[in-house]
Design a protein around this ligand. Structure first.
Ligand SMILES: [Zn+2]
Length: 206
């Protein structure tokens, strides 16, 4: 069970420094696409190619162990000018991991991911874990809109509708460069980019 858009109450209960959307500049409305769980040998090059086609920037929340496995792909993300973020080293579930181990795992990832952006896997993090990371200078990046691309029971078309029917400037959108999301992400990404182009929304990294 997941909700595409986070209810206001849940946002209010999250730490005050958690970021759920970005301010909108009237002169240049922008959307912030994010890709979690990579680098991935198929999905990441595809995402880079599509983004380049639209001169779009995005943010890749990488899993440290995947950066270790695919360092060249990580370098390609940086070389294309995108932002990267820390998504822990082993894709840990915050609620099931003690805070010390969670912070240590994130610091392991930080040896390979030079970024002060952090997104918790599954969007789940204990308050103390979030506070510790905040104290260490990390920005806790949540989301405005889940595409649902990780949901293998969702058709690519429905996944696309989830995004384009709800997307607004300032939104932080979650996509995944992963095997699980591939069928949907590969369908929706080019169409989201086209949708943003038609609306004259810039695509920016965080
Ligand atoms: Zn993840």
């Amino acid at each position: 069970m997941y909700l595409l858009q986070t209810p206001k109450l849940l946002r209010a209960l999250s730490p005050s420094f958690a970021e759920w959307e970005m301010p909108v500049a009237a002169s240049e409305p922008a959307v912030y696409l994010t890709f979690d769980d990579g680098p991935h040998p198929v999905a990441t090059p595809f995402a880079l190619e599509q983004l380049a086609r639209y001169e779009a920037q995005a943010t890749f929340f990488c899993v440290g162990k995947n950066v270790v496995e695919y360092p060249d792909l990580y370098d390609q993300v940086l070389a294309a000018g995108h932002s990267t973020g820390n998504h822990t080293h082993n894709h840990l579930k915050g609620w099931r991991t003690n805070t010390k181990a969670y912070i240590e795992d994130t610091m392991t990832a930080s040896r390979f991911i030079n970024s002060k952006l952090f997104r918790p896997p599954y969007g789940r993090i204990k308050r103390m874990q979030a506070v510790r990371l905040h104290e260490a200078g990390y920005r806790l990046i949540m989301w405005s809109l889940l595409s649902g691309d990780f949901d293998t029971g969702l058709s690519p078309q429905r996944c696309l509708e989830n995004v384009v029917f709800n997307l607004k400037p300032g939104h932080i959108v979650v996509l995944h460069d992963s095997t699980k999301a591939w069928d949907r992400m590969s369908y929706v990404l080019p169409r989201i980019l086209e949708h943003c182009k038609k609306n004259r929304w810039a695509l920016k990294g965080l």
